[in-house]
Design a protein around this ligand. Structure first.
Ligand SMILES: [Ca+2]
Length: 480
């Protein structure tokens, strides 16, 4: 029995190492999983479907709570061990059905937020934690299905407001008309605006044929605008159902708003005619299709494709990386050097196996380009997710949006569970993550062996869980 006691102690330590060291417990049955070299904690619980988040200049976390439509501010406190908790909370904006988008200008004096139809701006007082002088800046974006209007205030182009307006359905023919405004990303100059802009007729077009570019980010070194796209559900090609592993979710380069010229600016990115391959092997007539190639969905019963062919799709702007189908990327944020892009994957109903529900990182070069090639299937390295995706979505957190604080720590909203998480490097673990790719991504000949600081994937955590189960088995034997 003495041996059993020591064994039990060792086993409990192994299991406990997989738990957060501080903060509230995760909601319900949520069991997070993290890559070695990183740690997590819950910062806040009980929020009403939190979506977009942002820090004010006092380090307060502002949260769009889509369940209530309010924008709330949360004053945080931190103990000596780095544990962050909410000290007090206050509603800043109510009554506008805000549902996702939030951004500050460069000096945190102006606050912006959106509901489906409108984008608003206010003067923000971080001492009083209040707003004033509400303006409706951009309007006429009502729509069904994809209701979020992500906002980005590029640091390299003060006064420019970038907005993403997703398609109105899975395969939305209105997106074939550039003037409809749907399935596009545009930039609006706030410095010379006197009236409310109309999305369709005003603004600078950065890209169209973008099904639902929910995540937008500016590269800190180049000023380039990058987006992550939620691609189509229920896909068929030549009448064959290929939706289980196609199309790939996309990382797109949308050009600049700081005056730098780009051939891609204002171009068509393919939707609703063309989609990027994730698994070419199951596509009919796939002789010319690699991972990331945009292909046509000829003869789809869902869409009269007006003879758009693979050759046509080859001439539309290609994505820069692709990710596993249906993972639903909702946000992208660069670290301060621009060498890492963090991406949240919300997960989707349309995958036969639950996929996504995690935070991953993509490595970029010094010149602001993805390290991996378009043909890579391992560009996104998993850092933080759920221990068991088979219980998703019901018993999983679902990452939506991020805010990085001045120390590079990642705050992460989960709408489904009403939580804010904090993911950060684990200094006590040496802070030197390994470079192995995640176990949860498929292997590929196009895989990159990057040298940057992506974690070792979440397999270590799974090992811990497996070890825990093994311990229980052994203990059961000894206690019999
Ligand atoms: Ca595309």
């Amino acid at each position: 029995m003495v041996f059993s006691f020591y064994l039990a102690t060792a086993c409990l330590l192994a299991i406990a190492s997989a738990q957060s060291s501080c903060g509230p417990s995760p909601s319900g049955k949520v069991r997070p999983s993290i890559a070695s070299g990183y740690k997590w904690q819950v910062v806040a619980t009980g929020l009403a479907r939190p979506r977009g988040i942002a820090f004010d200049d006092q380090g307060r976390l502002l949260v769009v709570e889509s369940g209530s439509g309010n924008l709330s501010a949360h004053t945080l406190s931190e103990d000596g061990s780095g544990c962050v908790t909410v000290n007090s909370s206050k509603n800043v904006v109510t009554g506008l059905s805000l549902n996702h988008g939030i951004a500050f200008d460069n000096n945190n004096r102006m606050l912006y937020a959106s509901n489906t139809n409108d984008t608003y701006g206010w003067q923000y007082d971080s001492s009083a934690i209040s707003v004033s002088n509400q303006q409706t800046l951009v309007s006429n974006m009502s729509g069904t299905d994809h209701s979020t209007r992500t906002l980005l205030l590029p640091q390299s182009a003060p006064g420019m407001l970038v907005i993403s307006f997703g398609s109105l359905s899975n395969l939305d023919l209105s997106a074939t008309n550039m003037d409809s405004g749907t399935a596009s990303v545009k930039a609006f100059n706030l410095t010379n605006s006197t009236n409310t802009y109309t999305y369709q007729t005003d603004g600078l077009l950065l890209g169209w044929g973008l099904r639902n570019e929910v995540g937008l980010a500016e590269h800190p070194a180049t000023g380039g605008i990058w987006g992550v796209e939620n691609s189509a559900d229920q896909m068929t090609r030549h009448g064959v159902d290929v939706h289980a592993t196609n199309p790939g979710e996309e990382l797109n380069f949308l050009g600049y708003v700081n005056g730098t010229e780009s051939a891609q600016e204002g171009s068509n990115f393919g939707y609703p005619w063309c989609f990027s391959a994730w698994n070419p092997s199951i596509l009919p007539d796939n002789g010319q299709i690699e991972v990331g190639t945009q292909f046509a969905i000829d003869a789809s019963p869902d869409l009269d494709n007006q003879n758009k062919t693979d050759a046509f799709c080859a001439n539309q702007t290609q994505s820069r990386l692709v990710f596993t189908s249906h993972m639903a990327p909702l946000d992208i944020k660069f670290n301060d050097t621009g060498r890492q892009a963090w991406i949240t994957f919300h997960g989707s109903w349309n995958s036969p196996q639950p996929v996504g529900y995690k935070l991953s990182v993509v490595n970029f070069t010094d010149s602001g380009e993805p390290v991996d090639a378009l043909t890579s299937r391992t560009a996104a390295v998993d850092i933080f997710g759920n221990a068991n995706n088979s219980v998703c979505p019901n018993d999983c957190f679902r990452p939506v949006a991020m805010a990085l604080d001045s120390r590079g720590r990642i705050f992460l909203s989960s709408d489904a569970t009403g939580e804010i998480y904090l993911v950060t490097k684990d200094e006590t673990a040496g802070g030197t993550p390994t470079t192995s790719p995640s176990s949860s991504t498929s292997s590929s000949s196009g895989a990159s062996s990057s040298t940057t600081s992506a974690g070792s994937g979440m397999s270590a955590r799974y090992s811990s869980s497996v070890f825990g189960l093994s311990c229980l088995s052994i203990l059961a034997f000894f206690f019999m």
